[in-house]
Design a protein around this ligand. Structure first.
Ligand code: SAH
Length: 367
């Protein structure tokens, strides 16, 4: 006798669940019912799904699970931000961070264990790349945070915004990220508007085009330098997709509407933070519907970079502002718990995948 494969229901979006139920002779409304239990009520046990018949609950017990990572650590920063270290089934760990602000609560979600991109100022890069997260592992970060924060269907919505800005390059795990974002947007999932879900990319140009067609959430791009020479050094992916192509993809992404792309720019002392860089940045962004997010560099052990002094950041900000570009300086949050941008580290079980990253380096170098 062959065993029925066990499906983790967190891996399926609404469409996937409809198919799952259809394949078992069940009506399609079961999909939204299940989603409301899982995401709306935060239930992970079929036994508690009281409006589902006993017969169907038993059937689900046999062929499905709602499998969540284990919370390996839960740290609270002095400023109220909170970080969860989550242990996946294979022993790898990832991190998710919650940042409460006056008007919103933002959850920063990881898309991969490690990263292949090797940006020189990012601590995730130090680890190399291990693997893509499944859809279930991505959406589970939201589930776990929502539960830990005590979010309920009719209570306050603690998680009002989600940013795909944790560990990894989301556009290199395209299908799983898009499926998970589908659940974030679904009325029976987390019901967030596209404006409140942001994907941040180092600039995987062909995938930006696809994203516009598949799930056009808000787009953030890690620019960090106004010219290719410097950007090649900071974000090696730039050798494959240089600034001109990247900015064209950004213009196409937002089209004629009122939306803007957010450009992230990490402030590195003496590297990319001079007046000249600021003026050059304003020039290259001419004609691109842009907002700029200046991120003071967050240091980590053994890095060669330093954070730009506050006065330098202010001056850089002024130049962009005067050039008419909406600019904000991102306040560092959660650095006492290593939860700030670029500090997410997680933990790997298997370090041999470093090879995958080196392979990409070769590929990038070749083009
Ligand atoms: N791979 C995606 C998602 C990571 S998002 C991307 O590159 O956009 C994390 C953001 O934090 C990116 O803008 C990244 O460039 C920035 N970042 C990385 N390391 C940092 C550091 N040490 N200090 C400040 N920002 C950093």
């Amino acid at each position: 006798m062959t065993e029925t494969p066990i499906t983790n229901l967190l891996d399926l979006d609404r469409e996937g669940l409809v198919e799952f139920f259809a394949g078992r002779g069940e009506k399609s409304f079961r999909a939204s019912q299940l989603m409301q239990w899982i995401y709306g009520h935060g239930v992970s046990d079929f036994g508690a799904m009281t409006n589902i018949s006993k017969g169907l609950r038993n059937k689900l017990q046999d062929c499905a699970v709602i499998r969540l990572p284990e919370i390996a650590a839960d740290s609270l920063s002095e400023d109220g931000s909170r970080k969860w270290l989550l242990r996946l089934e294979d022993g790898n760990c990832i991190e998710a961070v919650y940042i409460p602000e006056a008007e919103r609560g933002t959850l920063c979600v990881s898309s991969q264990v490690g990263c292949v991109l090797n940006c020189s100022f990012c601590s995730t890069a130090r680890q190399g790349f291990n693997r893509n997260l499944t859809t279930g592992e991505i959406i589970a970060q939201v589930w776990i945070a929502a539960q830990a924060l005590g979010q309920t269907l009719d209570g306050p919505r603690y998680i009002s915004n989600i940013v795909m800005m944790g560990m990894g390059e989301p556009l290199l795990n395209y299908d799983n990220v898009v499926r998970a974002m589908g659940i974030m947007l679904d009325d029976f999932g987390y019901g967030l508007s596209k404006r409140r879900v942001t994907l941040s990319t180092a600039g995987v140009v062909p995938a930006i085009g696809r994203l516009q067609a598949d799930c056009d959430v808000s787009l953030a791009v890690s620019l960090h330098a106004p010219d290719d020479l410097l950007r090649n050094e900071l974000v090696p992916l730039n050798r494959k997709y240089p600034i001109r192509e990247l900015l064209q993809a950004c213009r196409d992404y937002v089209g004629e509407g009122r939306r803007r792309v957010t450009f992230e720019y990490v402030m590195l002392d003496g590297v990319n933070d001079s007046d000249r860089h600021a003026r050059q940045l304003a020039r290259v962004l001419e004609g691109v519907p842009a907002k700029i997010n200046l991120i003071p560099f967050n240091p980590f052990p053994d890095t060669r970079y330093k954070r730009s002094p506050d006065a330098r950041i202010d001056r850089f900000f002024e130049i962009l502002n005067r050039a008419g570009i909406v600019t904000i300086t991102r306040r560092t949050r959660g650095d006492d718990i290593d939860a700030a941008c670029g500090q997410l580290a997680g933990q790997f079980m298997d370090r041999t995948r470093r090879r995958a990253r080196n392979q990409l380096k070769v590929e990038v170098g070749r083009t």
